[in-house]
Design a protein around this ligand. Structure first.
Ligand code: IVH
Length: 680
């Protein structure tokens, strides 16, 4: 390092920053904090300023990053989506304030203080009150057209309320977010399926918005806050007034916006939210300060990358240092082995942290850990604690050896395997490795699977230890006498358990298939497979190419399912579950419930996921009534593509809600999740 010339350092920094950009924007998996990234970028910018001979238009300092993905149409923004300059301390905020004051030559000015939402920015175009296009920021000049996915976000109005006259055409920008609640639910589901977890809600929102299936997007419950209204014919002279206007048109605009008239008022806003933001339902990573008057914004103008009239202040990521005591290993339901760092307890963002996942062998090796090391622990976006580095200056010469990933299963002693192209290491002994069996039982009885709520995972584990059950099929042979084991006082609860298990025989086939716990076969895939094949026998006989022809089933699922079905132990399991009387075929679907009771629905247009007739059936099965024409009695219109213009006009005239097919499916599928107020 000592001999590196500035020229060499410039090249080194460019490569490093390009890699970080790729990790962040393409892989959605950053390995350093924004603050560290900005520090590197600043170092590069100052070296480049000193060495103009090294100028390169492809330098990371010349661009604002890109999140383009290949799956969506790329669309050019009508005006570039610029990012904001970042500051990390009060001193920088004061400098911004003074630059604005000097730039405005002593005129009085106001600063609009807002929260900085930690999601991904989106541009929405409205024409005649209807959402016509939604585009991600992309590289700032062009982004991905994600209109279909954005339509599933309930807080984004598809049709504006017309209490106030809105311009015939305008653009509004804001942030798409995954609320903490949805994020935690999603990660819990992923953990159950042993899929990799999202590190924070921003990555989860970004990954979700890039999904090809809008139906899945709809289930993930994204939200959006809007903070920037663009357009010439808007009757407002200040940013603040524009926000109020947008709110009155039905957009979700934060109430936590404040006008500051001095630096002290700005600091007070920062202090307030640094504390209070932890109680918000969504993630924030700072404060945004904007000059309120639009005329003054224009006067101040832009640099090549950022507006001069706005700046972001970023909150400090919570960090702590503690000692690594040991690394332990957890074996999951599918046999995946996860290394876990056990540390001396340390207080971080209000909670005591003792353990942090090291994810897998590669992540662990990259940290180059020794037992006794002082490690930096960070709560990225206040979620799961992560070890982000080692304080090597605190190492002594007699420090131990580098921590090496184990080669045998800590539970059963089998030699571990790592499959090509996979990050995880597995214990292959699925037949008798205890946590794998218990994990499968826990999954089987869980709510979305067989929903045996009279039996919890701990009790199931005691049955396993007592030798009462060895696999899930044994559950159906349990008797009250077995469970009591000579203790009459256990009779009542034993009876409940047996009854709960018996009741699960009625659980429909798609959930039985999900309950089998085939790797990568989540609820949605199980439903698709169950519908496509109709029975377990047909699925067990299916070839890989037949599976691949099904919409929604990719090569990974196809291969895994075929391999699972070919295994002797699984064939026996299926036979025993069949004998136990579980549903192994799709039944003619009985009424699904009364989620649409009393509602009158008009189905109009063409659809992607089901036919019109299927939708009409679904409406009736959920207790609703179909009607062919729109009237004041219509509750909502299930609107597909190419809905007739006269129907559309009539629905608008009568103020009747238009519901997309994604929204409709969510409506009937997940009625147990509290529904948000629709904003149409
Ligand atoms: S205003 C020209 N306001 O932070 C001004 N941005 O680099 C445009 N963000 O790309 C942005 N909360 O994704 C603005 N209240 C807020 C914001 C906000 C979050 C994001 C946005 C932008 C980035 C700044």
């Amino acid at each position: 390092m000592a001999d590196t010339t500035p020229q060499e350092r410039i090249l080194e920094l460019r490569k490093e920053l390009n890699d970080h950009n790729y990790n962040y924007y393409i892989l959605n998996s950053p390995t350093i904090s924004d603050q560290e990234f900005d520090a590197l970028l600043r170092e590069l910018a100052s070296l480049e300023a000193e060495h103009p001979e090294m100028a390169d238009e492809n330098s990371p300092t010349r661009r604002v990053g890109s999140d383009l993905s290949n799956d969506f149409k790329h669309v050019e923004h009508e005006s570039p989506m610029l990012s904001l300059g970042n500051t990390y301390n009060r001193e920088d905020v004061r400098e911004f304030y003074e630059r604005v004051r000097d730039g405005l030559g002593g005129q009085p000015f106001e600063i609009c203080c807002e929260l900085k939402y930690d999601g991904l920015s989106i541009s929405l175009i409205y024409e005649n009150g209807r959402l016509v296009r939604a585009v991600t920021r992309g590289d700032g000049v062009r982004g991905d057209d994600v209109t279909q996915n954005i339509r599933t976000i309930r807080s984004i109005p598809l049709q504006l309320r017309d209490e106030l006259p809105y311009p015939a055409r305008f653009e509004i920008r804001g942030e798409v977010l995954m609320p903490w609640e949805s994020f935690e639910k999603l990660n819990a589901e992923r953990e159950l399926k042993e899929e990799s977890l999202f590190a924070n809600p921003r990555n989860a929102a970004s990954g979700t918005l890039k999904l090809k299936s809008s139906a899945i997007v709809a289930r993930r419950r994204l939200d959006a806050y809007l903070y920037f209204l663009l357009g010439d014919d808007i009757a407002a002279d200040t940013h603040f007034e524009r926000l109020q206007m947008a709110r009155s048109w039905g957009f979700k605009v934060s109430e936590d916006v404040c006008l500051a008239h001095s630096l002290e008022e700005i600091y007070a806003f920062i202090d307030l939210w640094d504390e209070k933001r932890s109680s918000l339902p969504i993630a924030t990573d700072g404060i945004v300060l904007k000059v309120n008057s639009l005329a003054q914004q224009e006067e101040l103008g832009f640099t090549s990358k950022n507006p001069r009239w706005a700046i972001a202040y970023k909150f400090q990521a919570e960090k702590a240092t503690t000692r690594l005591l040991k690394v332990t290993y957890q074996v999951g339901r599918t046999g995946a082995v996860t290394p876990v760092a056990n540390m001396e307890p340390v207080l971080l963002a209000g909670t005591m942290v003792r353990r942090a996942s090291l994810h897998n062998e590669d992540v662990m090796n990259a940290l180059d850990l020794r037992i006794g090391d002082y490690v930096y622990v960070e709560k990225a976006g206040e979620i799961i604690p992560q070890i982000v580095g080692v304080d090597t200056s605190k190492r002594t010469s007699d420090d131990g050896e580098r921590v090496k990933f184990i080669t045998t299963c800590p539970e059963c002693g089998s030699t571990l395997v790592r499959y090509e192209g996979e990050a995880a290491t597995y214990c292959p002994n699925d037949a008798s490795c205890r946590p794998q069996i218990l994990g499968r039982i826990e999954h089987f009885i869980s709510r979305d699977a067989m929903d045996i709520n009279t039996l919890g995972p701990e009790t199931a584990a005691t049955y396993f230890s007592r030798g009462l059950i060895k696999n899930v099929a044994d559950l159906y042979q349990l008797t009250v006498a077995d469970i009591c084991g000579g203790y009459p006082s256990r009779r009542l609860s034993a009876h409940n358990v047996v009854e709960g298990i018996a009741k699960s025989r009625k659980v429909p086939f798609d959930r039985v298939l999900y309950a089998m716990g085939i790797r990568f076969v989540g609820r949605v895939a199980a439903r698709i497979l169950a519908r496509a094949f109709g029975s377990m026998d047909a699925l067990m006989a299916a070839r890989q190419d037949e599976l691949l022809r099904i919409d929604g089933i990719g090569p990974v699922i196809a291969e895994t399912v075929v391999a699972w079905c070919a295994e002797e132990a699984n064939k026996q399991l299926v036979e025993r579950l069949k004998e136990a009387g579980l549903q192994m075929e799709m039944k003619e679907e009985a009424p699904l419930g009364d989620k649409l009771a009393g509602q009158v629905v008009v189905v109009s247009g063409t659809f992607n996921m089901h036919s019109r007739d299927e939708y009409k059936n679904l409406i009736e099965k959920n207790g609703g009534r179909n009607a062919s024409s729109i009237s004041s009695k219509t509750t909502f219109v299930l609107a597909g593509n190419n809905m007739g213009p006269s129907k559309l006009e009539k629905a608008q005239a009568l103020g009747i809600r238009l519901v997309t097919e994604e929204e409709f499916l969510t409506m009937i599928d997940e009625a147990d999740v509290p529904r948000q107020q629709s904003l149409f």
